[in-house]
Design a binder for this molecule. Sequence first.
Ligand code: NAP
Length: 331
Amino acid sequence: MEQTTIGSSGVKTSRIGLGTWAIGGWMWGGTDEAQSIAAIQAAVERGVTLIDTAPVYGFGRSEEIVGKALDQAGLRRKVQIATKCGLNWKDGQVFRDSRPDRLRREVEESLRRLRTDYIDLYQVHWPDLETPFEETAETLEALRREGKVKALGVSNYSPAQMDAFRSAAQLDSVQPPYNLFEREIDADVLPYAKSNGLSVLCYGSLCRGLLSGGMTADRVFEGDDLRRYDPKFQQPRFEQYLAAAAELEDLAKDRFGKSLLALAVRWVLDQGPTIALWGARRPDQLDPAADVDGWSIDEASKKDIDAILARCVTDPVSPAFMAPPEKRPAL
Ligand code: NAP
């Protein structure tokens, strides 16, 4: 498994990270604890040592399951835990809150749920536009000095917001959406990360399953699964993305003898100082991990991939639907 160091933190990790949003159940139609624990342990067996979670994933459930899985198998020292802060919730309503008091409380709650005394990478989940970025950064820098966290990251931040954060703390990483279908960061965040030595933890590497090779037009999404309202999964656009996925699958097989999933993850890793976050909730979903290593996509194939996307996806849409409201509700 390819390795990297997160920014200038010294924290070493695998370039594939296990995403555990679905393991929390919320917005993914529920969770199965035994399967989730098996998936986390299977990831580590396959060399995936970075585990990305967040308090908001299942309102604590994802972090609890990660903590239990690592504890049961004695894996804590073999993995790097990336969790987040700066989102709060009340009665199922999620809102941004990166005020110092909230962060101080959150880190203690995460440490308890994760059954650990340090977090390898602590990331602000979404920019809180009502709290000065410098205040958030100063609080997190203090947590780093206290040894509670080893590296600092932000998620869904713009370059200007990262500039403000970096005036008060050492920033090691940024976590934006990035995959073959969602490339908005090519314009700003990715070049910014490259010139400022940041690692880029790319979320949605499989575009929520569209790039997994297993998605079909008749797939039924259960319960609160976000794909019931994700604009990419609504017709007629869904057909466009599925058509592109089918052509990409042929290209992956013909040129590289690989699956669509391996092509999608490889593409993310070939774009720069990137780490691919791959969401999985069953151990078998991680079986293709070994197919990602030891090859790369040549420039001619990248151009052909772009041509497939331009031809098939005539009505593209960004992942902006996932953003929580910008203003805090009156509570
Ligand atoms: P993703 O990685 O693009 O897709 C995950 C989904 O793909 C899985 O839940 C599974 O869906 C399907 N899948 C995975 N492996 C598969 C396989 N081998 N065969 C067939 N299907 C497979 O989406 P994501 O989980 O949203 O993103 C990854 C991680 O990024 C998250 O878990 C989270 O840690 C992070 N993230 C962060 C933010 C943020 O704001 N910072 C936002 C989104 C995500 P089914 O199980 O339903 O089939």
